[in-house]
Design a protein around this ligand. Structure first.
Ligand code: PGA
Length: 271
């Protein structure tokens, strides 16, 4: 028992596992930005770097940009993601897009549970869970977002909030499907505010996320889980955040809209 603890936790109590086991994943979340012609130009600008990059790069684009993104990224290493999906396969849901529709186009990733969807579109953990399961069932990979509000952080309930979002979001998700789940830690107070979590603070929560997954599934699943940080990540702070032991990548909003800035973040992974 003692050996086990020494093996997996450092002195600060952060879970400590071999980061080399995990492939870094940089994902751009364009939100409601860019049209198809801007999508084409952006992908043209980044494609060579992405093809020569060791880690994974994903761009999660608006639905209307998916056809252009998929064509522009064809035969390259760039992966294309959506930013939302419905939990039903089809039916009378005006304005919605199903996971199987995305999959049939060639989309590989979908962001689920982003705080903007939770806050502006009233998506609770139950809906998030339905979406996660539906997306996995149709063969998509999922970027599941979790994060506390400023009020929750000040009340010292970050661990409880994160733990509950993960347990509810992944309710009944099979261990075998966890290979297709990335968890993005996005403190709400850091999103689009220019206020980034310090590398230590971000790493502490990412370490907690890995521990929760270890408790829910097993050590092997938690050891292979990709945990991203998101919230005002940019070319200046990316290196420090990405060098942390439990941060395997980033989910980047505003700094993913500018190709040069995004390329600098991709470069920060290995620097
Ligand atoms: P930001 O957004 O990088 O603009 O803070 C991150 C996100 O919302 O995924």
């Amino acid at each position: 028992m003692y050996l086990y603890a020494v093996q997996f936790y450092n002195l600060k109590g952060d879970i400590f596992m071999n980061k080399e086991l995990r492939c870094p994943v940089i994902a751009g979340n364009w939100k409601m930005n860019k049209d198809p012609s801007e999508t084409k130009d952006f992908i043209k600008r980044i494609i060579d770097v992405v093809n020569n990059n060791e880690g994974k790069v994903i761009v999660c684009v608006p639905f209307i940009d998916l056809p252009e993104a998929l064509i522009s990224a064809k035969n390259s290493k760039l992966l294309i993601g959506a930013q939302n999906c419905h939990f039903k396969k089809n039916g009378a849901f005006t304005g919605e897009v199903s996971p199987s529709m995305l999959k049939s186009m060639g989309v590989e990733y979908v962001i689920i549970g982003h705080s903007e969807r939770r806050n502006y579109f009233n998506e609770d953990d139950k809906i998030v869970n339905k979406k996660v399961k539906a997306a996995l069932e149709s063969g998509l990979s999922v970027i599941l977002c979790v994060g506390e509000s400023l009020e929750q952080r000040e009340l010292n309930v970050t661990s409880e909030v994160i733990s509950s979002q993960i347990k509810r979001g992944l309710y009944e998700v099979d261990k075998s499907d966890m290979k297709r789940v990335i968890i993005a830690y996005e403190p709400i107070w850091a999103i689009g505010t220019g206020r980034t979590a310090s590398p230590d603070a971000a790493n502490e929560v990412c370490s907690l996320i890995r521990k929760i997954i270890g408790d829910l599934y097993d050590i092997q699943t938690s050891e292979h889980l990709i945990v991203q940080y998101g919230g005002s990540m940019n070319s200046k702070n990316a290196k420090d955040l990405l060098s942390m032991n439990n941060i395997d990548g980033g989910l980047i909003g505003s700094s993913s809209l500018d190709a040069d800035e995004f390329l600098d973040i991709i470069a920060a992974v290995k620097s």
